[in-house]
Write a new protein. Structure first.
Length: 316
């Protein structure tokens, strides 16, 4: 029989790509999503679909009774600005939602969790880049705190209940299916504006940097994490793996690269910087290369080209 995996957030951007790959690899896939930002049409053919919130009794019962040995957890409140404005909302979704699933899984068949964490926010501000997994942790937003706290909860469940849990600390993921309205994806936002020949607005001076990694490379990392012989937990960093490119790209550089990919000309404007957002971010991928042989394969230019082509196709 195929191994059963529940992909939360599987109607969303990253989760739908992950669900698609699991199906291609022969897993029995169920998607759980409340469709608050995900789209039903993103759920791949062949996957069962359950519409429910991760904090609901229905989600807990599904984990308890569904026979899932693997939980791939991508459902989240992922907007830094929302977390700053309403930290309790962020915690209800990101912390209590995770615990609800874990408790359901503890009553069921769960033995492994692949968790979508964030390398962009758990490390905080530092000029010593790219961050390795062992870098100091000091989130500057409630969203970052909730992701880091989730890693500690998973480590506790590993020690208490023998759960194998891997935290993937993502850099800034981009690619097809990213929602410019429901998710904090600057590539999707810029791309949708370029399609309408509208100017691009950069918050701050544009020198702030991020590490942009293509969604297809992220999917490969999820598969590696699913098959990894997870080591015993001495620290949360032992079971965390960065997923990025180790390269810094400024927002201004990104805007210009996407304008090149779209082959259009629009103005670039500036607005006030947003609270709770980092100035610089990039993650080392040496650990992923060492333990899995994983490295990013899609260049920024190629990824932007593919993403803009998808945006055009969606509009058509």
């Amino acid at each position: 029989m195929s191994e059963k995996v529940l992909v939360t957030g599987g109607a969303g951007f990253i989760g739908s790509h992950v669900a698609e790959r699991y199906l291609a690899e022969g897993f029995d896939v169920t998607v759980l999503d409340d469709l608050s930002s995900g789209r039903r049409e993103n759920v791949p053919d062949g996957a069962a679909f359950v519409q429910a919130d991760v904090g609901s009794a229905a989600a807990r019962e599904l984990m308890a009774d569904g026979g899932f040995s693997i939980l791939n957890h991508h459902a989240a409140q992922m907007d830094v600005r929302v977390s700053v404005e309403d930290p309790a909302l962020d915690a209800r979704t990101n912390l209590l939602g995770l615990l609800n699933l874990l408790e359901g899984g503890r009553a069921g068949a769960l033995r492994r969790v692949v968790f979508a964490s964030s390398g962009g926010v758990v490390y905080g501000e530092s000029d010593d880049l790219p961050h390795p997994e062992t870098a100091p942790k000091l989130p500057v937003s409630p969203y970052g705190v909730s992701k880091l706290a989730s890693e500690f909860y998973l480590a506790a469940y590993a020690q208490l209940h023998g759960l194998a849990a891997v935290s993937l600390r993502y850099a800034n993921v981009f690619g097809p299916r990213q929602n410019p309205h429901g998710e904090a994806g600057v590539v999707a936002i810029f791309g949708s504006r370029l399609l309408r020949r509208q100017g691009l607005t950069i918050f701050g001076d544009g020198s702030q940097t991020r590490d942009y990694v293509y969604v297809g490379d992220v999917v490969n990392a999820n598969l590696c994490a699913t098959r990894w012989q997870v080591p015993p937990v001495a620290t949360i960093d032992d079971v965390a793996v960065n997923v990025g490119t180790a390269a810094e790209t400024s927002v201004t550089q990104l805007a210009r690269a996407l304008i090149d990919a779209a082959e259009v000309t629009v103005p670039i404007e500036h607005a006030a910087a947003r609270p709770g957002e980092l100035r610089r971010s990039a993650v080392s991928v040496d650990k992923a290369a060492r333990i899995w042989g994983w490295r990013p394969e899609v260049t920024l230019a190629e990824g932007l080209r593919r993403t803009y082509e998808w945006i055009q196709e969606e509009a058509a």
